[in-house]
Design a protein around this ligand. Structure first.
Ligand code: ZN
Ligand code: MN
Length: 258
């Protein structure tokens, strides 16, 4: 049999044994969403899954099948509803999936869970899904359960951002399909990036508020919210190394009390 890092590749007796050994379980949370003309639509799935696998390899963890659909894309953070290709879940649906997965992991004696998020709009519904799981299991019963919620972009060190953005970091909301995501995809899945198709029609200029129905004003036609210029596999490796190191440190502090 396999000693795969990927939960679903194990047999049930092997998964049971790994959980009994105390393996941490990683849930990658992604989206199927436009990422410009130059990248595949699975960026928000590929990145958290790869980061989870790197960390799981170091800490003896298991990576669950990723959630490949995300909470509804918004113009200011993912281009919104005006692009063909993007498939949206409603926030409530997304929260219920997160809740159900955590509850069923708990039922099977998993007590160390890390959600690794790759899609900005998933943040709120993930928090709600975790809270609903705690409600459903029972707040008084969950004292032995720890759930960590990580957005991969928050794992990057300030020094790395300064190296990548010497003229100033535009902020993660505008980084959609831009230098951070493009560089990490070039490092991990270069066959899914065609940098020659990047049109550099950004950066987007948004008002600091939302209007509904979403007008999508200010979303660059390419779907890239900032710029792709300067993306490279080397920068992608810097970002991935930061994510891996930071999450390993968080796990050793939160799960092992180090
Ligand atoms: Zn993305
Ligand atoms: Mn996204």
């Amino acid at each position: 049999m396999t000693d795969s890092l990927f939960y679903a590749e194990l047999t049930w007796p092997d998964s049971q044994a790994r959980i009994a050994d105390g393996a941490s379980v990683f849930l990658p949370l992604g989206a199927t969403e436009q990422h410009g003309r130059h990248m595949a639509m699975n960026v928000d799935v590929v990145l958290p899954t790869a980061i989870a696998a790197r960390v799981a390899a170091k800490v003896g963890g298991l990576v669950l099948p990723p959630l490949a659909y995300g909470n509804r894309s918004q113009p200011r953070t993912g281009g919104g509803p005006s692009f063909p290709g993007t498939i949206n879940l409603k926030a409530h649906t997304f929260s219920l999936i997160v809740r159900d997965v955590i509850c069923d992991l708990y039922r099977q004696n998993v007590r160390r869970i890390v959600t690794i998020n790759g899609h900005y709009e998933n943040i709120g519904p993930t928090i709600e899904g975790i809270e609903m799981a705690l409600d459903e299991i029972g707040r008084d019963r969950v004292t032995d359960l720890i759930v960590l919620r990580v957005d991969h972009w928050d794992m990057v060190r300030a020094a790395t951002l300064e190296r990548i953005f010497p003229n100033g970091y535009p902020g993660i909301e505008l980084e959609h399909a831009s230098v951070i995501e493009t560089s990490m995809m070039m490092a991990l899945r270069p066959e899914l990036v065609n940098i020659g198709q990047a049109s550099n029609d950004g950066p987007a200029s948004f008002q600091p508020y939302d209007r509904y129905p979403s007008p999508c004003d200010g979303v660059p036609p390419s779907g890239v919210l900032s710029l792709t210029e300067g993306s490279s596999a080397e920068k992608g490796e810097w970002l991935l190394a930061d994510c891996e190191a930071a999450i390993i440190e968080i796990i050793s502090r939160e799960f092992n009390g180090d």
